[in-house]
Design a protein around this ligand. Structure first.
Ligand code: AMP
Ligand code: ZN
Length: 477
């Protein structure tokens, strides 16, 4: 497989450290709030990568942390702990919100057919390992104590900043540090980062642990290095995250892990570009907070969002809008219906299945080209193969794409194109048609709030509206 590597900045042939085995690490969510659909784009593309590697025959072990301590509102170690902020917002304890949002995260993953990694560890469950690693870094001269905190000395790390493309160790020190946020004057270098906090301003921190440096809690970066080393050993094949993680988080992970191990740690860095909304950056606090539940409440199938993401390449920024989601939803529901109406008839022709799987393998093996991967599904449907062969090939490919096609069945209430003259609408559904007409008029008058309210009202009553290029259809769930 060929995969783009942020470290080398080229598309390279993927070669794992141990033949046939892949050790893969994913930065997990900071569980102070719901994940937005941008965060979930990243987890979805990582899920596709993991499943594709398994499809290609690798034995994959994947580990993910849950950040339940140490991630401050600024990635540059300043501001408030995100977890504390979330707990204050909801008048709950940090542990209560960590549990609530961890469960919510996995429910979203489930809805999007994102598989759970093999090992999932909250940061608060590995404090002893963090302390041991920090002690090792101090012994080796890579870390120092200043003003009560323990810092990593980035000037000692050769190649610091290589991942982010900052080639001069002194130049990079300024990057990611904003002048308007408080700076710890005790640091030796601007880019030095906290391994362990004991600063007095965090004395009211609910979560704190005893350490050789006093009562405190770990910095954000150390958790990923330690959890990865604990479960995946000294050599990591692929480390994943969103592009915002490149600096400072992943840059710092590399510095501390390689300083601790004394050798190169991870060979491939896989980063997913952001999902943006039409105003720019996706946010949990400003504008509409786009979550899976919100999409569901507006009548969208979460898998239509999966389809939407698969249509674009993970290394391209993607802009979210309801009209593009509508198009994806319409295409997804047509695809689903086509698969559902393909009966598993005849004998499976294994050679033909293999030929389709090879075609899929060829496009996905080129830096995970998911949009071409989806196209193979249409090629199968259009082919002359019998129904059983088509369905078997789709099943195989859907192990990776996970669009819920394996169990595709003809819906009892198949979508009805209300604009089509040949469709006879049953009497008991007349009220739905009236609502659809009312919504159409609202949209024409650019009263989108009213149009949305009608969609939501129908959705609550179990009626999902699907806007297709041929008109609005409805489905009763
Ligand atoms: P967090 O919970 O903030 O630690 O973020 C979880 C994951 O989502 C990380 O891998 C981030 O890099 C990623 N991420 C953050 N914002 C976006 C976005 N707008 N689009 C895609 N991924 C994102
Ligand atoms: Zn991480």
């Amino acid at each position: 497989m060929k995969l783009y590597n942020t470290l080398t900045k080229t598309i390279d042939e993927f070669v794992p450290h141990e033949a046939g085995k892949v050790k893969m690490y994913t930065c997990g969510p900071t569980v102070y709030h719901y994940a937005h659909i941008g965060n979930l784009r990243t987890y979805m593309m990582e899920d596709v990568l993991e499943k594709y590697l398994r499809f290609a025959g690798y034995d994959v072990k994947r580990v993910m942390n849950i950040t339940d301590v140490g991630h401050l509102t600024s990635d540059a170690d300043t501001g408030e702990d995100k977890m504390l902020k979330g707990a204050k917002r909801e008048h709950k304890t940090v542990m209560e919100i960590a549990k609530f949002y961890t469960d919510a995260f996995f429910a979203d993953c489930d809805a999007l057919n994102i598989k759970k990694p093999d090992v999932i560890r909250p940061a608060t469950g590995c404090i002893d390992e963090f302390i041991k690693t920090i002690e090792g870094l101090i012994e080796k001269g890579y870390a120092y104590e200043a003003g009560g905190n323990i810092y990593f000395d980035t000037s000692k790390s050769s190649g610091y900043g290589e991942l982010a493309g900052h080639n001069d160790a002194t130049e990079n020190l300024m990057v990611g540090v904003r002048d308007d946020v408080e700076e710890d004057s005790n640091k030796r270098n601007k880019s030095d980062f906290v391994l362990w906090f004991t600063k007095s301003k965090f004395e009211d921190q609910e979560l704190k642990w005893n350490s050789p440096w006093g009562m405190g809690y770990p910095g954000w970066h150390i958790e990923c290095s330690c959890i990865s080393m604990k479960y995946l050993g000294e050599y990591l094949d692929i480390h994943c995250g969103g592009v915002d993680n490149i600096f400072p988080h992943h840059t710092n992970e590399i510095a501390q892990s390689e300083a601790y191990l004394g050798h190169k740690w991870c060979s491939v860095w896989f980063h997913v570009q952001h999902l943006n909304d039409e105003t720019g950056k996706m946010s949990k606090s400003k504008g509409e907070f786009l979550t899976v539940s919100l999409l569901k409440s507006k009548g969208y199938d979460p898998l239509a969002y999966r389809y939407f993401c698969l249509q674009s390449h993970y290394r391209k920024p993607l802009t979210f809008s309801y009209s593009s989601l509508d198009n994806a939803a319409a295409a997804y529901s047509k695809l689903y219906a086509k698969v559902a109406s393909t009966e598993r008839e005849g004998e499976v022709n294994e050679e033909e299945v293999k030929a389709f799987a090879d075609k899929f393998n060829a496009v996905m093996g080129q830096d995970l080209n998911t949009s071409l991967g989806v196209t193979v599904l249409y090629d199968i449907l259009k082919s002359k193969s019998n129904g059983a062969t088509k369905r078997a090939a789709i099943d195989k490919i859907d192990e990776v794409l996970s669009l819920g096609l394996k169990d595709a069945k003809k819906a009892e209430n198949a979508p009805t194109d209300v604009n089509s003259a040949d469709v006879e609408v049953p009497e008991e559904d007349r009220w739905i048609i009236e609502k659809i007409e009312e919504r159409k008029a609202a949209k024409k008058n650019k009263d989108y709030a009213k149009a949305d309210a009608i969609r939501a009202e129908l959705s609550e009553k179990g009626v999902v509206l699907i806007d297709t290029p041929q008109g609005t259809k409805y489905e009763k769930r």
